[in-house]
Design a protein around this ligand. Structure first.
Ligand code: TYM
Length: 324
């Protein structure tokens, strides 16, 4: 049997460059590796763990599938599906709650960040977020997960749950590990923290035009003169240069060091390279949305395939736990 790969992205809006470099590039790489069977999910149920708009979610979950297709994920090679259409995810997450303490969930850095961000919306769904993510992965007994570095604490929880379920109930869950890409951590455009959908001014969308990308990259706070210790904005700029114009990196670094670098020249070179990378995605996306029936079919078939695997695992878990 082929080894399985699993990844998901929340349906919180259009994909941004961080999602693309940290996750989607790895997903593409693994989809083309014949050693693996890949499942790529839109985490629409995870989206309801923080405040959201119902109509927005209805649209975004479908648009996320379109983004997957436009990025090159291929339903002939990978199983692409919506989490809410496979109810086994929520069911297994509940069973996992019996081997997980509340304290463990409360201490997670990802949980603490969300509590700070939404102090009036600290719900049970939010606390259970990592259980649902563990269920996503373990339902398919996936051992490899292409995600950005920010998801590492969640993977650790998934490994702990796998171990406990194996020890206590004799399951054979693998301990999933992260598949890393070169862009595992894409910094925010404002020079603070990571690029994130929920932080305005931090991200570049994959559907942004060249003008918008130029404007956004130009807004990275750099400095009036070059040379000396790099501030966070300058570091961010060089991180992007390393990813998008690696052959010119040294040239710009030397210019920075000897104080002759014009930041706007570097910024525009990066912006143009980003756009060039995104152009095929944008063109493909425009084609795909013309065929809504195809999108319906991908969603329907993906759910059926995912469910046929997921239902077997849930049956096995129920059997081992004395629930059948
Ligand atoms: P989400 O929706 O926050 O992000 C989707 C993917 O994009 C990566 N990512 C980044 N990578 C590099 N730099 C950044 N600035 C950046 N921002 C986001 C994330 O690491 C992620 O890979 N919990 C997950 C969704 C999920 C999931 C799963 C993932 C649900 N179930 C099962 C894997 C397996 C999340 O919130 O991702």
């Amino acid at each position: 049997m082929k080894k399985r790969v699993f990844a998901g992205i929340r349906a919180t809006g259009r994909l941004h460059l961080g999602n693309y470099l940290g996750a989607v590039k790895g997903m593409l790489q693994l989809q083309d590796n014949p050693q693996y069977e890949a499942l790529y999910m839109v985490a629409d149920v995870h989206t309801i763990t923080t405040p959201y708009n119902v109509q927005g979610l209805r649209i975004n979950r479908r648009e996320a599938i379109v983004d997957y297709l436009a990025a090159g994920l291929d339903p002939k090679k990978s199983i692409l599906f919506l989490q809410a259409q496979v109810p086994e995810h929520a069911e297994l997450a509940f069973y996992f709650g019996s081997v997980t303490t509340i304290a463990r969930m409360q201490h997670l850095p990802t949980f603490k960040d969300k509590v700070k961000q939404y102090p009036h919306d600290v719900t049970m769904a939010l606390l259970n977020y990592p259980l649902l993510m563990a269920a996503d992965i373990l339902l398919y007994k996936a051992g490899l997960v292409p995600v950005g570095i920010d998801q590492e604490p969640h993977l650790e929880v998934a490994r702990e749950i796998a171990r406990k379920m194996n020890q206590e109930y004799g399951m054979n869950f693998p301990e999933p590990v992260r598949f890393a890409t070169k862009g595992s951590y894409i910094p925010s455009l404002n020079g603070e923290g990571k690029m994130s959908k929920t932080v305005e001014g931090s991200f570049i969308n994959l559907t942004d035009s060249v003008d918008v990308i130029r404007k956004k990259v130009r807004s990275v706070p750099t400095a009036t003169t070059s040379g000396g210790e790099m501030n966070p904005g300058v570091k961010t700029l060089f991180a992007f240069a390393d990813l998008f114009i690696p052959n010119e990196l040294n040239k710009y670094k030397k210019e920075y060091e000897n104080g002759t670098l014009q930041f706007v020249t570097l910024k525009d070179a990066i912006a143009d390279a980003i756009y060039k990378d995104l152009q095929p995605f944008q063109e493909k996306r425009n084609e795909i949305i013309k065929n809504q029936e195809y999108i319906d079919q991908v969603i329907k078939e993906g759910a059926e395939k995912a469910r046929s695997i997921a239902s077997q695992t849930v049956m096995e878990v129920k059997e081992k736990m004395g629930l059948s």
